[in-house]
Design a protein around this ligand. Structure first.
Ligand code: FE2
Length: 255
């Protein structure tokens, strides 16, 4: 069975390009399930009911998020209601939404877990102990983790920590696709960062002139998404649904 994972969708330009291409990609790669990180799918950061609905209606089966999950208050109600929209599981209890989804595909159940790193990020609950607890409660071998984290070291450590225990670990958040896709312990697909779906000629999605002004002068600026040259970054994973083993992983860049 094939699963397609798309890196952080940035703004309307990223959403629309995903909307345009996803149907064809699913067919071409024979992908039966699609996970998309949508935490920046709304213009001006975050995710809104509108941007989530757009991604779902254009082929996303599960949407994961990250540190911007609560930026837009209007998404809170959808997060509580929509099982297929996730926020990191290691946010403190009492927050809207949930960090795990069990997706029934008929011939098997797929579990998707969303976690956030804590190195150079907010001090959430420990993602390693959080995932241990979740794995103890899940009864399917087909488990996919979106680990939304800043530090490559934390992401690598999580990959090796979960090697042999989950089908794949996809790093997200840093918006630059890494060239280290691999299969750990002959079982777990891994990539440090899947990259982003948004404007390629930008600074992580932001208009270049604004990002340069910020870096050059340390001036307060308002980040605006670039509307230049959209591309899609992601990963296609082939797995055996009988035992949850990843048998192939390939990076995608679609321009
Ligand atoms: Fe992020």
């Amino acid at each position: 069975m094939n699963l397609l994972f798309l890196g952080d969708v940035v703004g309307e330009i990223g959403s629309e390009f995903v909307g345009e291409k996803l149907g064809g990609l699913k067919k071409f790669y024979n992908a039966e399930i699609v996970i998309v990180n949508g935490e920046n799918s709304a213009n001006g950061n975050g995710i809104t009911p509108h941007s989530a609905k757009y991604l779902f209606s254009h082929g996303a089966d599960i949407i994961t998020t990250g540190n911007h999950c609560y930026r837009r208050r209007e998404i809170y109600e959808t997060m509580d209601r929509e099982e297929r929209l996730l926020r990191p599981a290691n946010f403190p209890e009492g927050n809207p939404g949930h960090g795990v989804c069990l997706y029934d595909m008929g011939k098997c159940t797929v579990a998707v877990i969303n976690l956030m790193g804590t190195v150079y990020m907010e001090a959430l609950d420990n993602p390693f102990s959080t995932v241990d607890k979740i794995l103890g409660e899940i009864d399917t071998p087909n488990i996919f983790v979106d680990f939304h984290a800043e530090a490559t070291g934390e992401k690598k450590a999580m990959g090796f920590y979960l090697a042999g225990k989950v089908t794949a670990v996809f790093g997200t958040h840093t918006h630059v696709q890494t060239a280290d896709e691999t299969i750990l312990s002959g079982h777990t697909g891994y990539i440090t960062d899947a990259g982003m779906c948004g404007p390629e000629l930008s600074v992580l999605g932001v208009k270049t002139e604004i990002a340069i002004e910020k870096q050059r002068y340390h001036a307060p600026v308002r980040f605006t998404e670039s509307d230049n040259s959209p591309f899609i970054n992601g990963v296609i994973v082939e797995f055996d649904q009988k035992n949850g083993k990843c048998v192939a992983i390939e990076r995608l860049v679609i321009r």
